[in-house]
Design a binder for this molecule. Structure first.
Ligand code: PLP
Length: 455
């Protein structure tokens, strides 16, 4: 019997409808074969053939509370029965409660939340607020960053996803952020990297003209582009530059906010406070689309007497906000932040650190909480990446072989260029986490076979 004949009727229909009519993001349509997913629960999802996968990607680092969390599903159901939707210009109980709870965990000086449908439009609107409140136009953003795929958000983005969309927003200038493993300045310690990255940024500000710059936008921890945790002192230095020049600091917390690294917001572990925070994903694990901008009192007040020119029909959608309020309840009841910190330091960090010794293809590991990157190289001495920057097709074959080994053993990995990222749901059990790490450990033998073994 061929694989096609073995398919259930339902699976065949899902595949046919998808390939016939769904136009997929970021893909050449004829080259893809998306997995038909039948269901999920907790940290696992499964296909129609009964294959189960531990979700080490959390569906684009989104599903912090896992698949089908009963509290989130119940909250959405209750809300749908009561009031499924109401336009943004009315006051609504769950919308107001969620805004208050977000402001409470963000702390001083935050006062208000502007809700959006996701992360990209949160960044669009944060930039708009910065531009209008300062009267300046330019925005600085990092190379090696992702901020979303709408016009200003993709212009802010510092990775190749920006290229086909250019020119987008002419006011945006990119700079290098810290990345010690591939330091742009030959730094060898975190302190040196922070110092040199700050000196570079200071020069960019000087040459662009401080008085023309409305905002600096950065991912507090760079996500898709490598889980780059800033070295100590870097974010404080950026904050000081912003203060000196009247520049608004926007922290994009879309991927790392809401517990991914064991804090409500990642900046809270770095002793700095931005002026605007953008969020999405983990706020309600993406059960219903939701994002937003948390606004400091000063910036909010700039719009007390003049209208903010932005709004979206689904802004602060009650179903999404009900799932957000339930998220806060689950975090408090189940000690999610504490368990993320515990699993990160007690289980993930020692395991991946060991891989540096045991796997010749592992060049670097870095991360925090339940968010880690394992960077794969061909040669540990030269740090030549296992696949070239922006590799696709045959060039990316070693990473595809690694992914296939993970999937065969029941783990769905998250890959980007020459890295695998570890981003399981925050509700993953310790047993599941250890099982997933064992699978990845074994799959790394595939990439070891392609490395020089120069340890
Ligand atoms: N910002 C960051 C840091 C992200 O990781 C993403 C998406 O992955 C976005 C913004 C865009 O969010 P969305 O896809 O919800 O528009």
């Amino acid at each position: 019997m061929t694989a096609q004949q073995a398919m259930t009727g339902q699976e065949a229909r899902v595949r046919a409808d998808d390939r016939g009519h769904v136009f997929h993001s970021w893909s050449a349509q004829a080259t893809i074969d998306p997995l038909p997913v039948e269901g999920g629960a907790g940290s696992e999802f499964w296909d129609y053939e009964g294959n189960r996968y531990l979700d080490f990607s959390s569906q684009l680092v989104n599903l912090n509370l896992g698949h089908q969390h009963p509290d989130l599903v119940a909250a959405i159901e209750r809300q749908a029965r009561r009031l499924a939707t109401v336009q943004p210009s009315f006051a609504n109980d769950v919308r107001g409660e969620l805004a208050r709870r977000i402001v409470e965990v963000a702390g001083e000086p935050f006062e208000k939340v502007f809700f959006t449908n996701g992360g990209a439009d949160a960044n669009e609107n944060a930039v708009r607020m910065a531009r209008l409140s300062t009267g300046r136009r330019k925005v600085l953003a990092m190379y090696r960053s992702y901020h979303g795929n709408t016009s200003t958000a993709i212009a802010l983005t510092g990775d190749p996803r920006r290229w086909p969309n250019e020119p987008a927003d002419p006011g945006i200038v990119h700079f290098f952020g810290p990345y010690l493993y591939r330091s742009a300045w030959g730094a060898t310690t975190p302190e040196e990297e922070a110092e040199r990255a700050l000196a570079h940024l200071e020069q960019v500000i000087m040459l662009e003209g401080a008085s023309t710059i409305a905002a600096i936008v950065l991912e507090t921890i760079v996500g898709t582009n490598g889980v780059l945790v800033p070295p100590p002192g870097y974010l404080q230095g950026v904050r000081a530059l912003c203060d000196r020049h009247g520049i608004v600091l926007i922290a994009d917390e879309v991927m790392v906010g809401f517990g991914r690294v064991g804090e409500w917001f990642a900046f809270q572990a770095h002793g700095v406070v931005p002026d605007l925070i953008t969020f999405a994903k983990g706020v309600n694990s993406g059960y219903v689309p939701l994002g937003g901008v948390v606004i400091s009192g000063d910036i909010a007040r700039a719009f007390d007497q003049r209208a903010f020119p932005g709004g979206l029909t689904y802004s602060g959608h009650p179903l999404a906000c009900a799932a957000g309020v339930a998220t806060f309840e689950v975090f408090a009841r189940d000690g999610i932040l504490e368990r993320v910190r515990d699993l990160g330091t007690r289980v993930v960090e020692p395991t991946v650190t060991r891989w540096l010794e045991t796997h010749p293809s592992v060049g670097d590991v870095r991360g925090a909480g339940l968010f880690w990157a394992v960077e794969l190289v061909r040669d540990r001495e030269t740090r030549e990446p296992l696949v070239p920057f922006n590799a696709s097709g045959a060039d990316a074959a070693p990473m595809a072989a690694f992914a296939s080994a993970c999937k065969k053993a029941g783990v769905w990995p998250f890959l980007h260029f020459n890295r695998t990222h570890l981003a399981p749901p925050l509700v993953i059990t310790e047993d599941e986490l250890r099982r997933g790490l064992d699978v990845i450990d074994a799959a790394l033998e595939v990439t070891d076979g392609l490395a020089l073994g120069s340890q």
